[in-house]
Design a protein around this ligand. Structure first.
Ligand SMILES: NC(=O)c1ccc[n+]([C@@H]2O[C@H](COP(=O)([O-])OP(=O)(O)OC[C@H]3O[C@@H](n4cnc5c(N)ncnc54)[C@H](O)[C@@H]3O)[C@@H](O)[C@H]2O)c1
Length: 247
């Protein structure tokens, strides 16, 4: 039986690379994204490469939207064995200028969205006594980043949530790990560079021991390994594919 993976934020950047790596590993992939058209594009490309894939327009902050999408995946592809949560909002603002509205949206998408998706998916994994959860957090959640109080707090929360879930499900065959990227060349990073919130790529590269920014494939390959049978004894870990930027 083909195993089913759900990837949130799967239409772009890191999430898209995760979809491609999981599809190459033989999984059926459901792409959940707020941008429904981009999710459909991603699915067309995955299918053209021979994969079984399914697109759903989902706002991970909206529990009804999340639960409905998981039900459609179960009906179309089967029970969920793998969940990767890459959907997030990011941005920079001086601490005193973070409005309550902005704070609430970051918490709703990045942290509560991760909670919704794990809670909706995990019963299938428990039923199968096998599951893989990988959250995409951030170096900002490990160290904090100036002018990212809202983003850093949500990503620190994702790291702690992942560890708690790992402990709770470890004896039931379900692993949960988090990958906290530092700088990965995606539309998100380029958008922040365009808004002058991040320096040019060459400048960021000099801050990283490996002397380059990450590629979506760097994260996709790490994630595919964490989702494999071979990674069954790794749980509750922060696996930083970051060129040595944060140790
Ligand atoms: N790119 C980096 O340098 C970097 C660094 C640290 C952490 N990260 C994390 O990696 C993950 C992926 O980032 P990326 O760089 O690929 O970004 P991206 O903007 O390229 O992709 C994010 C995707 O999430 C989707 N999305 C946003 N809000 C959503 C919602 N409410 N519901 C469903 N989908 C939603 C977007 O439509 C988009 O397709 C994020 O969790 C981000 O915080 C990225």
């Amino acid at each position: 039986m083909t195993h089913v993976a759900v990837v949130t934020g799967g239409a772009s950047g890191v999430g898209l690379a995760v979809c491609q790596h999981l599809a190459r590993a033989g999984l059926a992939v459901a792409v959940f994204d707020l941008d429904g058209a981009a999710a459909k594009d991603a699915v067309e490309k995955l299918r053209a490469a021979g994969a079984t894939a399914f697109a759903a327009e989902v706002d991970v902050a909206d529990r009804a939207s999340v639960d409905a999408a998981f039900e459609r995946v179960r009906a179309e592809l089967g029970p969920i064995r793998i969940l990767v949560t890459s959907a997030a909002v990011s941005g920079f603002a001086p601490f005193e200028e973070i409005s309550l509205e902005l704070w609430d949206r970051f918490v709703a998408v990045n942290l509560t969205g991760t909670f919704h998706c794990i809670q909706s998916a995990v019963p299938d994994m428990v039923a199968a006594s096998w599951g893989r959860i990988v959250t995409i957090s951030s170096a900002a959640g490990q160290t904090g980043t100036a002018r990212q109080g809202h983003y850093s707090a949500t990503k620190g929360g994702v790291i702690a949530l992942t560890k708690a879930v790992a402990l709770e499900y470890a004896a039931r065959g379900v692993t949960a790990n988090t990958i906290p990227p530092f700088a990965v060349d995606t539309p998100l990073m380029r958008g922040q560079q365009g808004a002058q919130n991040l320096p040019k790529t060459e400048v960021i590269a000099r801050m990283i021991p490996a002397r380059r920014v990450g590629t979506p494939d760097d994260i996709g390959a790490t994630c595919a390994f964490l989702c494999s049978d071979a990674a069954g004894y790794i749980t509750g870990q922060v696996i930083a594919a970051n060129g040595g930027a944060v140790l």
